[in-house]
Design a protein around this ligand. Structure first.
Ligand code: FAD
Length: 473
């Protein structure tokens, strides 16, 4: 029998491992069975939160019913820690008479280590195993600099990727019909939750799981909103982005499907600009995976720029708590953090503002923020989260220069000019006049927190802390 091991690719369409399983099934006249392994204790170690794991759990259930319609049963195996996966997977393969195992690659350090061990063990036991690149527009280890190294700057990487796509245009795999050769195995009932993780029912309406939901979100976005993306994408109150990151993170949709749908969006110059800009974001997603593959230390809690490990962080715990809870006295920061805590999602502009505020105004280690985001975001993805944090903290590849420090009040005036977003999430400021909403006076809202830091002073302090490490290697 042929097995497909589903991981960060929870869909049946445009899935290289599943498509290859169909070819083999036809060739060898063997049925296909699917397997999903949950590792909740490992995810806890990685800091994943309830919103992300609940979304994963619902996505697996949606996958199971899609697979059933293709006559492929999905089996669920619970192996709390990755270290135990190889032996359990081998035992499962032996029990089910598996001769071939197929899977799409993951690129994070622990996942790569787990997969290497599985590969060795299965091969030693005469089970054929094949891996496929699936997560990116272009395989993350394919494009190299002239010296044969990995890129560390976005723009040349983007140019190379676009040139590559001209030579080898993106395609998606054909839709699959129900498989002809059935097995007598039944699908497992899917769990309602994984390990100690709890369900997050308040998020279910906004984030319906599964590839159908992802596809209709993509088509809606590309039929209309993408035309306004260029002009509106930076304004949190406009709701002008696709909100597809959660689906991309679990693989309910592929980056290739997103790219092609945007290419097919019809329209004039405005549409063209919107599509261009949106594709640019998909390339950032690819770029951060390319960096993670080339420089695995970034998925091991290390900064990309090694000298930045010498920064003397202040790491004030009470200020960190105020940041997490949206009680900093900076309305745009507080609105963003309260939105994250309530909905599991935050707009990209706000992610940059709150990240820069944590690192450059509070001088708190970016890893604290990275970890907190992992615990809250429904779309948590190690490469993009790490990339976003290291960009904001000026510790990463192609990061913002350390002396560029956002002024949270100016950012607020620029990207939430009327204060609509702030009013939505900070009820203490609901009646604050627009002229003061970005920097309220005590009389405007007596119940609202006072600023926990003086931005101008903090800026000088941070510049000094970064200057102090510039001579390190
Ligand atoms: C501090 C920080 C942390 C972040 N953490 C994550 C994370 O955990 N998971 C995650 O998917 N993205 C993360 N991002 C990137 C970005 O904020 C989100 O991808 C985006 O806000 C998701 O909303 P959307 O799906 O509506 O994006 P859209 O604007 O519609 O963009 C389309 C897709 O492109 C990708 N994308 C967009 N912007 C970026 C970017 N800057 N970097 C990489 N990919 C991008 C996403 O997959 C997104 O779904 C982070 C950014 C920052 C600054």
């Amino acid at each position: 029998m042929i097995a497909v091991w589903f991981r960060a690719d929870l869909r049946t369409t445009d899935n290289p491992a599943l498509t290859r399983a169909y070819e083999l099934s036809e060739q060898l006249k063997l049925p296909i069975v699917a397997v999903y392994i949950s590792s909740s204790s490992q995810w806890e170690r990685h800091g994943l939160g309830h919103a992300r794991v609940d979304f994963e759990c619902r996505s697996v259930a949606a996958l199971s019913s899609r697979l059933s319609s293709l006559n492929i049963p999905l089996k669920w195996v619970d192996v709390p820690l990755y270290a135990d996966v190889p032996a359990r997977l081998l035992a499962w393969c032996v029990d089910h008479g598996i001769t071939h195992l197929l899977a799409n690659r993951q690129y994070e350090w622990n996942e790569v280590e787990r997969d290497r061990s599985c590969h060795r063990l299965l091969r030693n036991n005469k089970i054929a195993i094949e891996w496929f690149h699936d997560q990116c527009l272009v395989a993350p280890d394919l494009l190299k600099t002239q010296d044969g190294g990995f890129y560390t700057v976005f723009t040349p990487y983007k140019k190379k990727l676009i040139k590559h796509l001209i030579d080898q245009p993106i395609g998606v795999l054909s839709a699959l019909a129900p498989i002809k050769i059935h097995s007598n195995i039944c699908a497992d009932p899917m769990p309602e939750r994984f390990g100690a993780y709890v369900s997050t029912p308040h998020l279910h309406d906004d984030w319906p799981a599964g590839e159908q939901a992802a596809l209709s979100r993509l088509l809606d976005f590309c039929s209309d909103d993408v035309a306004h993306y260029n002009g509106l994408r930076d304004f949190p109150s406009k709701n002008a982005t696709s909100r597809l990151a959660a689906y991309l993170a679990v693989g309910a949709i592929s980056a290739r499907q997103c790219w092609l749908a945007s290419v097919r969006a019809e329209g004039g110059q405005t549409m063209h600009d919107g599509v261009d800009m949106w594709q640019n974001e998909l390339i950032w997603r690819d770029f951060y995976r390319h960096v993670m593959v080339g420089y695995p230390r970034i998925s091991r809690n290390q900064p990309f720029q090694t000298k930045t490990q010498h920064i003397q962080w202040r790491n004030d715990r009470s200020q960190f708590k105020a940041w997490c809870e949206g009680q900093t006295g900076f309305p745009i920061v507080d609105a963003a953090m309260r939105c994250l805590n309530a909905t599991g999602w935050m707009h990209n502009r706000l992610r940059m503002i709150v990240a820069m505020f944590l690192v450059k105004d509070l001088l708190i280690d970016w890893r604290w923020g990275e970890h907190y985001f992992a615990s809250q975001l429904i779309d948590f993805d190690l490469a993009s989260n790490n990339g976003g944090w290291q960009w904001s903290a000026s510790t990463g590849t192609d990061a913002v220069p350390y002396f560029r420090i956002f002024n949270p009040v100016l950012q607020s005036r620029k990207f939430d000019p009327e204060g609509h977003f702030i009013r939505q999430w900070v009820p203490e400021l609901r009646h604050c006049p627009a002229a003061h909403i970005h920097q309220p006076l005590p009389l405007d809202a007596p119940s609202y927190a006072s600023p926990i830091v003086n931005h101008a002073q903090a800026r000088e302090f941070t510049l000094a802390a970064f200057k102090a490490i510039q001579s390190h290697n």
